[in-house]
Design a protein around this ligand. Structure first.
Ligand SMILES: [Zn+2]
Length: 157
C-alpha cells in the first residue's frame, strides 16, 4: 500500500489503528467512497441489465432496417445510424478502458471519482459484467482493491 508510520517510518501493510513497531496512532488517509459504501442491489441489477437491453435494441433496429423498412425510411435512418453507432461504440470503448484503470482504483483513494454507492454499483456491473461487477462490489465492501481491475484491463487490450 505504500503507507508508512509517521512516527517511526515502519511500513504498514494492513489497516490497523496503531503502529506495531512503536504503537503510535496511525492517521490513515480518508477514503470517502469506502466510508459511505453499501452495495446497491437494485443499481447493480440495472447495470447488468443495460447492456442486454442495448443489444436487444440494436437487434430490433437492424431487424427493422433489413426486413421491414421502406427505401424512403432507410435513406433517413441510415445516415443517423452511421454517425450514432461509431460514437456509441467509441464511448463504450473509452469507458471500458478508463473505468478499470482509473475510476475503480480511485474509490480506494482520498479523491474518488464517484462517491455515490448507487452510481458505483451501477458502473461496476455495467462495465465489469456479472463476474467483475460483483467482485468489485465485494472488494469495496471489504475495502480491498485487489488486482481484478488490471486483469480485466489486460483482457480488454
Ligand atoms: Zn511506528
Amino acid at each position: 500500500m505504500g503507507f508508512r508510520c509517521g512516527h517511526c517510518g515502519e511500513q504498514i501493510e494492513q489497516h490497523q489503528p496503531h503502529c506495531r513497531n512503536c504503537t503510535a496512532t496511525l492517521s490513515w488517509p480518508s477514503t470517502p467512497a469506502l466510508e459511505t459504501w453499501k452495495t446497491s442491489i437494485l443499481f447493480s441489477a440495472l447495470g447488468l441489465l443495460c447492456p442486454a437491453l442495448a443489444v436487444g435494441a440494436l437487434f430490433l433496429i437492424f431487424h427493422y432496417l433489413f426486413i421491414a423498412a421502406s427505401p424512403e425510411a432507410l435513406s433517413v435512418v441510415r445516415p443517423i445510424l452511421s454517425v450514432l453507432i461509431p460514437i456509441l461504440a467509441l464511448a463504450y470503448i473509452v469507458l471500458l478502458l478508463s473505468y478499470p484503470s482509473k475510476v475503480y482504483p480511485s474509490y480506494f483513494s482520498e479523491k474518488p471519482r464517484l462517491r455515490s454507492a448507487r452510481q458505483i454499483s451501477f458502473l461496476n456491473c455495467f462495465v465489469g459484467g456479472l463476474v467483475f461487477g460483483l467482485l468489485w462490489n465485494r472488494n469495496l465492501t471489504r475495502c480491498e482493491k485487489g488486482i481484478s481491475n488490471y486483469v480485466l484491463f489486460a483482457v480488454i487490450i
